[in-house]
Design a protein around this ligand. Structure first.
Ligand SMILES: Nc1ncnc2c1ncn2[C@@H]1O[C@H](COP(=O)(O)OP(=O)(O)O)[C@@H](O)[C@H]1O
Ligand SMILES: O=C(O)C1=C[C@@H](OP(=O)(O)O)[C@@H](O)[C@H](O)C1
Ligand SMILES: [Mg+2]
Length: 177
């Protein structure tokens, strides 16, 4: 059973993914964490030294590796859907959960976070608005389940995902992973 969480920066992929994996008692992998540990550099350092393209290359490798795991919860970075090869890989998961929130809430959650380098020269709200125009259709096309995390807390989001996994019978240990 593999669950992949997608969505914009600050939508809650890392936070909810961790709680979900604990609830399901399965491994948790965050592609950003994997990239940082493999590179021995922080995300801003990778962006600085290798550019966004260098980061995206590392991200595709990390996703491939994460999906090789028999089962688990995989939280991704917000830009993972940009590469077609990543979208093909994400489709191999048993369940793809798309986390959303309004632009103002996303901005509030990520403002001032030094670990999330700017992706454009725009103001934060403008950046989110602009990038979502490109990314939203990609998130939508992959999603089996879409959850707005601005109106519920982490535990409620986890409960919704758990319910969906039960409906899909993904937690049946008798099934091959
Ligand atoms: N309902 C919620 N679900 C998830 N995160 C929330 C929620 N409400 C507030 N937050 C906060 O929003 C931030 C989400 O950040 P993070 O999990 O890193 O998102 P992502 O990995 O999608 O960028 C965290 O600081 C988290 O505590
Ligand atoms: O949206 C993006 O392009 C990015 C999102 C980040 O992950 P989160 O979505 O977990 O913040 C991280 O992968 C990197 O800073 C680039
Ligand atoms: Mg994250």
């Amino acid at each position: 059973m593999k669950i992949v969480l997608i969505g914009y920066r600050g939508s809650g992929k890392t936070t909810i993914g961790k709680h979900l994996a604990t609830a399901l008692n399965v491994p948790f992998i965050d592609t950003d964490h994997l990239i940082v540990s493999q590179a021995g550099m922080s995300i801003p350092e990778i962006f600085h030294k290798e550019g966004e393209s260098g980061f995206r290359l590392r991200e595709s490798r990390a996703l491939k590796e994460a999906l090789m795991l028999g089962r688990g919860v995989i939280s991704t970075g917000g830009g993972i859907v940009l590469r077609p090869e990543n979208r093909i890989l994400i489709r191999t998961a048993d369940l793809v959960v798309y986390l959303t929130a309004p632009v103002s809430i996303l901005a509030e959650r990520i403002r001032g976070d030094k670990n999330r380098p700017a992706l454009t020269n725009l103001s934060l709200e403008e950046e989110i608005h602009t990038l979502l125009k490109e990314r939203s259709p990609l998130y939508e096309e992959l999603a089996d389940l879409k959850i707005d995390t601005s109106t519920i807390d982490v535990n409620q989001a986890v409960a919704i995902i758990l319910k969906k996994t039960q409906r899909k019978d993904l937690c049946n240990e008798a099934l091959p992973s």
